[in-house]
Design a protein around this ligand. Sequence first.
Ligand code: BDP
Length: 607
Amino acid sequence: MTGSLLYPRMTSTRMKLSLDGMWKFKFDRNKEGEASNWEKGIGKSELMPVPGSFADVYTDSKKRNYCGDFWYETDFTVPDFTGKKVILRFGSVTHRAVVYLNEQKIGEHEGGFLPFVFDVTDLVKNGNNKLVVKANNELNEESLPCGIVKRNKDGSIIAKPYFDFFNYSGIQRSVNLLLLPETSIEDYSLNYNVQGNEAVIDCMVKSSADDSSVKAIIEFTDENGKKVASEEIAYKENGVYGGQIRIENPILWNVLDAHLYTVRLALLSEDGQIIDEYEDRIGIRTVKVCGDKILINDKPVYLKGYGKHEDFCALGRTFNYSVAKRDYECMKWNGANCFRTSHYPYAEEWYQMADEEGFLIIDEVPAVGMMRSTHNFVDAGTGKYTYFFETPTVPTLLKNHINQVIEMITRDKNHPSVFAFSLFNEPETTSDQSYEYFSKVFEAARNTDPQMRPLTGALEKNSSPEKDKCNGLLDFICLNRYYGWYISGGELDEAEDKFRDELDRWKALETGKPFVMTEFGTDTLSGHHELPGTMWSEEYQNEYYEMNFSVIDDYDFIQGELVWNFADFMTSEGIFRVGGNKKGIFTRSREPKSSAFVLKRRWETIE
Ligand code: BDP
């Protein structure tokens, strides 16, 4: 993969052309597409929305659950691009894609939740162009997220995820063509140091050209439209520029009190002509972990909020501004300040909205399912051990994991909302091999993030204080625990004792680190009431949270509570799920269960 992961924007030098719409679409059950030259055109087909997840538009279960290769095709015409380069950008294709333009393969991408680009200047034509994508949504143990496929008697395959969310697939995010200057800005990063009433900003700009005669300028404009800094930064090497910019009396970005600056980056020719310019919205803030506290702008923050999913009726995992806006409104209404992008990086617009709202995000890579279990949540704490990190698939998996960590951090590093990266969810962490594996993943992340943000990962119950080998890698420790649901369900007194006992054992370990509860919750059928509360009723969900909060409040090293889940969401079918996972505080259509009011009362009163 080559090129820039910058969010596609229009500026005076950049044009963005959307290729979204209805594309031709076809399943390739017998994997005949390549042999039959579908890259030249997929032939008889149907229309499918792009962006979109194909599953829930269907009424037929074979199509909804389809697993394997599937193809998309569209035609487009480009305006005159003389003197420009033409970049093709996919927001994401789940889980992997091979892309053909005008019958030629232009490249491929592995990983279903991150963008990729191709420079197609030499292939794109005046007049009609044919774009064909061969996508694939199979799961295996060498790529993220992990799972397997099962072959049916008729030769078809179905996905068996080692995770608890539906395997939504397709071209799930926007596709754009970008017309850019030949020499263009490919990347930038900022790192903030606030000293007294001055922000010292380390700036990096990457140009596509290794040409020291090209100058790079960075400008910051505040919310009132006042330019507060405008400076040239020095050429280093290989197209990279670097320098420091100082801003007096900066207005800091803060939790639920967002203040953003517009940053303008420009490349100029020797005689001062603009070659390329790019604009973005950034926030000046610092993030540190100090003892058992998480500090934003040197002040401790307590995280209140959710683990979420990108999930909505008919849309599957497709980004939709109205759904996202509703989610932020619901989260603000009940006093949340944070969410985790469980269990994969979300569409870029989620982070832009968090930047504007002052939300904190734990940004998670799709490293889920590393325990070979479809019922992680049930197996957690049973001592189940699958030798996951002791199999021949590990080297390829590690390569893919590291690639996706690097792509995620590269894409998301400039968002003030992103204050931490989560590099796994509930893997086996009790072996030396798991430690060896994750130390490489963490090292890659530390080498990639210019802001050196805290790194973390969510531990399931087998990763107990006595057995876990990986908590030393984490800057703060995230626990997913279901005392009162999977453990001692229906017996909240016993659940409370067990929860306290485990936290006492973590305390005894004296990690000196902050802890965050990243998952706890109960499946609850909206509108199902019982007195006394029994499992699945709204009353039980409320009692469960009251119990968990009373425990959490007794442990000073816990610096956050992200309940599971913001809303009910779709999963694979199974005996544990009724129309999906029902642990939402809101229903799938975003109406509150009564627990939303319990959280509101609590989160509006605790700091
Ligand atoms: C945990 C997983 C999460 C599940 C949750 C649950 O991290 O993805 O949805 O349990 O059971 O094991 O609801």
